[in-house]
Write a protein that binds this ligand. Structure first.
Ligand code: NDP
Ligand SMILES: O=C(O)C1=N[C@H](C(=O)O)C[C@H](O)C1
Length: 269
């Protein structure tokens, strides 16, 4: 049995992860962690997630809990992910990171830690989104240079980072397939007298509204036709299921930085 720790246990993803862990063969919830001061501290993790009691009280002390786990699953905020990463490094624990919004230095710290630690970092753990990343690579290679590429994403009102990690990854995949550098060609929103569209640009548009779980469309638009690749998530259970699959996979994998394409065996398609 692989012992899982979930950090961010009281969050939207935390609840979905606790439920998924309880029903995934081969995994057992060994620790549920929240930030100090959270009203969830001391509550039972199962009850917190709207399920039967699991006998695991939510704690704010990851340092004390870490020796009792094999894989830590983190869906929190970049600063807390980095703090958890340092503890995983100190204790040699595997880490699945679903958090988004990392800056370049934070990403570099994760890459560095992965030299000695197995880490799976993915902005989206759904099978569907990862299939879309493959489809985007093909579409970009075939029609990308002749079309205007726009990425549109929509999420719930509580989301704090924009564009979403998934939208950015979609942009990276498309840009790489076309030999472009996303840092140079990305356009984040438009306003005022923008001038005509630069044909080499990749545009991003962001919607934040209500309880939208996560919607992404990449548009390849020509004159007379356009192709759209869309993924709509209707439940966070899809991300949580992917995180469980990643934890099982990572438990058997040596040090290195992996993404969901590795977990799903999509790298060589
Ligand atoms: N990779 C993927 O497939 C997916 C990634 N995400 C990403 O996951 C992250 C979390 O999303 P979501 O669940 O909606 O966000 P929430 O805000 O609902 O949950 C985050 C949780 O982490 C807690 N937290 C913050 N700091 C700490 C800390 N130092 N120690 C322990 N817990 C902490 C928060 O507590 P408090 O609120 O009290 O501060 C909160 O309960 C985001 O970055 C999101 O983009 C989301 C869905 C899918
Ligand atoms: O914050 C969310 O909710 C989500 N975040 C991820 C992202 O930033 O891509 C994945 C998913 O779309 C939900």
């Amino acid at each position: 049995m692989i012992r899982v720790g979930i950090i961010g246990a009281a969050g939207r993803m935390g609840h979905a992860l606790i439920r998924a862990c309880a029903t995934t063969p081969g995994l057992t919830l060994a620790a549920a962690i929240e930030r100090p001061g959270s009203p969830a501290i001391g509550t039972d993790a199962g009850e917190l997630a709207g399920q039967a009691k699991l006998g695991i009280p939510v704690t704010d002390d990851l340092a004390a809990a870490i020796d009792g786990i094999d894989v830590l699953i983190d869906f929190t905020r970049p600063e807390s992910s980095l703090a958890a990463l340092a503890l995983c490094q100190a204790h040699g624990k595997r880490l699945v990171i679903g958090t988004t919004g990392f800056g370049p230095e934070q990403k570099a710290a994760i890459e560095q830690a992965a030299q000695t630690l197995p880490i799976m970092l993915a902005p989206n753990m759904s099978v569907g989104v990862n299939l879309c990343l493959k489809l985007l690579e093909i579409a970009a290679k075939i029609i990308g240079d002749n079309t205007d590429i726009e990425i549109i994403e929509a999420h719930h009102r509580h989301k704090v980072d924009a564009p979403s990690g998934t939208a950015l990854r979609m942009g990276e995949v498309v840009a790489a397939a076309l030999g472009r550098d996303l840092k140079q060609c990305a356009v984040y929103g438009r306003e005022g007298h923008t001038g005509e569209r630069d044909p080499k640009s990749i545009g991003f548009s962001v919607i934040r509204a209500g309880d939208i779980v996560g919607e992404h469309t990449v548009m390849f638009a020509d004159e007379g036709e356009r192709v759209e690749i869309t993924h709509n998530a209707s439940s966070r259970a899809t991300f949580a299921k992917g995180a469980m699959r990643a934890a099982l996979w990572l438990a058997e994998t040596p040090a290195g930085l992996y993404d969901m394409q590795d977990v799903l065996g999509l790298k060589n398609y």
